[in-house]
Design a protein around this ligand. Structure first.
Ligand code: NAD
Length: 260
């Protein structure tokens, strides 16, 4: 159990982030839910988590594209709950285009949200984790942090960067009770992937089922999506005391993709 540990999950109003928040709340964590939209629905996510799991949970708006807001998220959480014990860097976006056609604005946004935000939140969280002598940082990287695919230059570069950041932070914190690891999902059926299914299906003129089997899951030997709950469970394990000596590594949840 992680009873009373204070956990921040970036980008946690949908998909993998929400399932991770659920998994941590189920272990007894106090939760900080985040996105950039500050809608009623966003706040409702925190309320529902609190009611379902009997934990405290708040929603804090912060745009992970903005360095100051990344750092403020940590400080606002500390102001509210006194510290931060678990940081899950999950917020992420995708854009697909050949590198010569890739809009520079999309490149910048993906590097900012998928990579630089993890640097800023981690830098702000570390002093608090060091002070308490216990901390868990989990970065949601991707199979694309370990392998490349065409037309995903910014995403692949960002996710490889996340894996590099993970290893470096782990070395800097080794022996101080604070671990840093990356979870590398293969394809998981979330809004981020739904968009890719729709786009690829339209481009190839194929139905949804064929697109999923022959295009989306072409590299995933299990031919099954990983579930958001499976990713949340992997994160929760890395946050447990049993994982105290696991640091600086990647945990693939990818149906065999990166075994190839
Ligand atoms: P999703 O679109 O369901 O969720 C993304 C979350 O990030 C949302 O909650 C959104 O509000 C938040 N977000 C986006 N931009 C933000 C910003 N500027 N500031 C704050 N929050 C922001 O996608 P998902 O599939 O659940 O993706 C979550 C993470 O998992 C991402 O880092 C993604 O790269 C990674 N991932 C996903 C898959 C997959 O197949 N779905 C595979 C590997 C890795």
């Amino acid at each position: 159990m992680l009873t009373g540990k204070i956990a921040i999950v970036t980008g946690s109003t949908s998909g993998i982030g929400l399932a991770t928040a659920e998994a941590l709340a189920a272990k007894g964590c106090t939760l900080v839910v985040n996105s950039y939209s500050d809608s009623q629905q966003d706040h409702a996510v925190a309320t529902q988590l609190a009611e379902k799991h009997g934990v405290e949970a708040v929603y804090i708006k912060a745009d992970m594209a903005k360095p100051d807001e990344c750092r403020d998220l940590i400080e606002k959480a500390v102001a509210r709950f006194g510290s931060v014990d678990v940081l899950v860097n999950n917020a992420g976006i995708q854009f697909v285009a050949p590198v010569e056609e890739f809009p520079a604005e999309r490149w910048d946004a993906i590097i900012a949200i998928n990579l630089s935000s993890a640097f800023h939140t981690t830098a702000a969280a570390i002093p608090h984790m060091k002070a308490s002598g216990w901390g868990r940082i989990v970065n949601i990287a991707s199979a694309h942090g370990l392998r490349a695919s065409p037309n995903k230059s910014a995403y692949v570069a960002a996710k490889h960067g996340v894996v590099g950041l993970t290893k470096t932070v782990a070395l800097e914190l080794a022996g101080q009770g604070v671990t840093c690891n990356a979870v590398c999902p293969g394809f998981v059926l979330t809004p981020l992937v739904e968009t890719q299914i729709e786009d690829r299906s339209r481009e190839a003129g194929l139905d949804r089922e064929t697109t999923i089997r022959d295009i989306i899951l072409a590299k995933q030997p299990s031919k099954q999506f990983a579930t958001v709950a499976e990713i949340g469970a992997a994160v929760a394990f890395l946050c447990s005391n049993d994982a105290a000596q696991i640091t600086g590594t990647t945990l693939s949840v990818d149906g065999g993709w990166t075994a190839q």
